[in-house]
Ligand binder design. Sequence first.
Ligand SMILES: O=C[C@H](O)COP(=O)(O)O
Length: 323
Amino acid sequence: MSTLTTSPAEIASSNASLRAFLHGLPGVDRVGADQRAAMLGTRSIKTTAKAQAIDLAISMVDLTTLEGADTPGKVRALCAKAVRPDPGDPSVPKVAAVCVYPDLVERAVDALAGSGVKVASVATAFPSGRSFLDVKVADTRQAVQAGADEIDMVIDRGAFLAGDYRKVYDEIVAIRQACARDAASGGEDAHLKVILETGELATYDNVRRASWLAMLAGADFIKTSTGKVSPAATLPVTMVMLEAVRDFRDRTGRVVGVKPAGGIRTTKDAIKHLVLVNETAGDDWLTPSLFRLGASSLLNDLLMQRQKMTTGRYAGPDYFTLD
Ligand SMILES: O=C[C@H](O)COP(=O)(O)O
């Protein structure tokens, strides 16, 4: 693929030029993508490689709670689990991040202080994204001020589907600016994950276009779904996004991460995703700094399978705390 000779700002100088660029990307062969993802999903991994894959998957989990009924107590318990997933086995790695609503960020920051586990906050009128830009910017700023290390924003799917790419681009740029940490605090800017909500984008071509749009606008990560819309993280959609980050690096030199989220519940699902990463974007992406699994209830299955591999038997159903 050829190097991008025009800057993202030039490409986005008007909706027409952005549209020309996005619609000039090669189309996705839907049947071929479904078949390839299904074929990669049948690869089996055994013994040592499986044990390593389970630990890698644990270290990539964004342990998530995004319920209206979330409480400070639930977030505290989740944070304890994030740092020490199995209190009986200190060799289990900690997860990558805990993902919560903005008003619970402070609780998570307190509970995770010094642990190395990041705090991710959803923002921008999650999950619908339907609000005013200044409300979305304020939502983001408050989460960053409360100490969020990562912001998971949603795109305006209505604008995207109406072909108003420039609006989506401008909004991502504005949210990226809102991720900047106050210079006086000396901290790093919050990383920006851009949720495409692929279940609402209708076609794989749109998934590819939305991936590029988010990356051109400055996303650090592209994320499939909110977990509130079905389908969420399917293998072919994740594959299309992995191809996009691979091609984006080839054409710009910038490396963007990928986060499938929503509906990933079993060790089998997690391992299928890792195979996909390896075979599509390559092993550079097999690290928590470039690949995450957003999930509310995957961790216990990973822990159960890990224990089965170590001890030869499953723990009782009450052994692990609830996700
Ligand atoms: O970002 C993560 C998702 O909201 C989690 O979805 P899930 O509850 O289907 O695992």
